[in-house]
Ligand binder design. Structure first.
Ligand SMILES: [Zn+2]
Length: 542
């Protein structure tokens, strides 16, 4: 009997060695959080041709497979590669090439930054981004007088932190032909004492954008590749690019083919005539790591520049409700087209009125067919009685937790205490839809997903403010937050069958993190140790 048992085991051992399948790569000695059904943790996985062949205990995987590359993860946490479900690669590239105005605390600092940029880059134009007058100890919007004095003969265009307002100097305003009598639908051209102040909000920005100088393709390519590295270092393997122009499609294809751009991009098309023609011609579109099957529509502006469309006036401006940026007829036309093409419509809605209007629009068109997965981007201020419509109509919310902890300093002044009941209400939104896609809206916020975790779970910013957490009742659990960056983000892009969890048959997109992925009351940095896309190592910490 003893002999029999022994020979039985040696037979099993022998046959497993003989069957030993060769795979491209084995990762073992890890805590692999598969994100399948809650807390499912495995030790090892075998990867071939970009996909996960098998995942299981160390011994099972190491006994069964051979590979040239066997990576010992040293017990580290592995998660499916994070997706930022709402970011702007091209705006971020522009921002990196521009004057950095983030975090400046006065108009004086802004002027100095512009002067230094001019000296350093020798460009004959100045584009900047990131000013926030709320950091200057004033809620008054800036004017361009000092800019005109310093820069009388070069165009200057400086975007607010939220990208929903800009300040232009007189030189650029003149070049664009804007006068005190100019008008624009869904935008505001600010004037004071009968002269332009240079402040242009929402649709009014497009009046000068056409005349603003552009950075070279070469500069943009190298900057986007640098951004890709930054994302990989955080374990991010995918971005839902929230609004691309027609020329960006070929630009992305070009850098995929020629510059090693490997990030998974789910791009939302700005509904321009060219993009609409593209969608009609191509339908659901994929080119290597680029996929397109959605439109991005703007319903209103942002709270910071009082462009968000509210049901009742602003608490700190009783004559103003905000702006409807796209008219309802246009939005309805896009919605019907999206349904027709099996596309998704992702609409930017910040104010409670914008959210209510778009939920109703979706309900009206939704009767046509099922599983459209139309999204509302931001869903920032929702009238409490409208929350139920997310579940009733089946509308997917897509939010950015870092917005909550960035806006907490001033949002109560702007909208009043009462409306905070439906503000940044992520837990309530999950209860309604069952899922929530999470992003950062970079470059409005930083790309760091660990700030998203901190904001979602602790409801605090990087400085651990506010100490009790902002509207703490709307906090998410760590698991919900991680789902929002993995499997729910994949669902939000119709990709849940291919990505978002680590299981047999799915693309091997994952990150091995340097430190355990967790959430504590004190913010702690974390980075990827190695990042993989389709089984290929795209990043390794030095
Ligand atoms: Zn955005």
């Amino acid at each position: 009997m003893k002999l029999f048992i022994l020979s039985f085991f040696s037979l099993v051992l022998l046959s497993s060695c003989m069957k030993g399948e060769t795979v491209d790569r084995i990762i073992h000695n890890a805590s692999i959080h598969t994100m399948v059904d809650g807390e499912n943790v495995q030790q090892a996985m075998a990867i071939s041709e970009g996909k996960i062949v098998e995942i299981g205990p160390d011994r099972q995987i190491l006994n069964k497979y051979h590979a040239d590359e066997i990576i010992d993860a040293g017990g580290r946490d592995i998660y499916p590669g994070f997706t930022d479900a709402h970011g702007h690669l091209f705006s971020y590239a522009q921002q990196k090439l521009s004057v950095n105005l983030f975090g400046l605390s006065s108009m004086k600092e802004l002027l100095t930054a512009c002067e230094e940029y001019r000296k350093k880059t020798k460009r004959n134009f100045i584009i900047g981004r990131g000013w926030d007058q709320s950091l200057w100890g004033t809620s008054e919007m800036p004017t361009n007088e000092l800019l005109n004095e310093l820069f009388p003969d070069v165009p200057v265009c400086l975007y607010r932190v939220d990208g929903h307002a800009l300040i232009a100097n007189d030189f650029l305003l003149k070049k664009a032909g804007i006068t005190v009598n100019s008008k624009v639908e869904g935008g505001k051209i600010h004037t004071s004492n009968g002269r332009l102040t240079g402040l242009l909000v929402d649709n009014a920005m497009s009046l000068v954008e056409y005349f603003s100088p552009k950075f070279s393709d070469k500069d943009i390519i190298s900057t986007i590749i640098a951004i890709q590295q930054e994302l990989f270092a955080y374990g991010i393997t995918g971005v839902h690019e929230a609004g691309i122009e027609f020329q960006h499609i070929s630009f992305l294809k070009n850098i995929i083919d020629n510059n090693g751009f490997k990030l998974n991009v789910y791009a939302m098309l700005v509904p321009s005539e060219e993009n609409i023609a593209f969608a009609k011609k191509n339908g659901i579109y994929a080119y290597k790591n680029l996929s397109i099957r959605s439109f991005k529509v703007m319903a209103d502006g942002a709270l910071g520049s009082r462009g968000a469309l509210l049901k009742k006036p602003y608490e700190d401006d009783h004559n103003h409700h905000g702006l409807l940026v796209s008219d309802m007829k246009k939005m309805r036309r896009i919605a019907l087209l999206a349904l027709d093409l099996d596309y998704q419509m992702n609409t930017h809605c910040i104010g409670d009125s914008a959210n209510a209007m778009v939920l109703e629009l979706y309900r009206k068109v939704y009767q046509v067919k099922k599983d459209h997965r139309f999204r509302i981007e931001h869903a920032q201020i929702v009238d409490p009685k409208d929350f139920v419509k997310f579940s009733q109509y089946g509308v997917m919310p897509s939010v950015q937790p870092t917005h909550a902890v960035s806006d907490q300093r001033w949002v109560e002044n702007r909208i009043g205490k009462n409306r905070l009941k439906g503000a940044y209400a992520y837990a309530t939104l999950i209860k309604q839809y069952g899922m929530l896609a999470l992003g950062t809206d970079f470059p409005v916020e930083l790309t760091n997903p660990f700030l998203t975790i901190h904001a979602a779970v602790q409801r605090m910013n990087a400085k651990n403010e506010p100490i009790d957490g902002f509207l703490k009742g709307e906090a998410l659990t760590l698991n919900e937050t991680l789902k929002g960056m993995t499997i729910w983000a994949a669902f939000a892009a119709f990709q849940e069958k291919e990505r978002g969890t680590l299981e047999t048959g799915k693309w091997a997109d994952f990150a091995i993190f340097e430190k355990p992925v967790q959430s504590k009351p004190q913010f702690e940095e974390n980075f990827s140790w190695m990042t993989f896309i389709s089984g290929e190592k795209v990043y390794a910490a030095e």
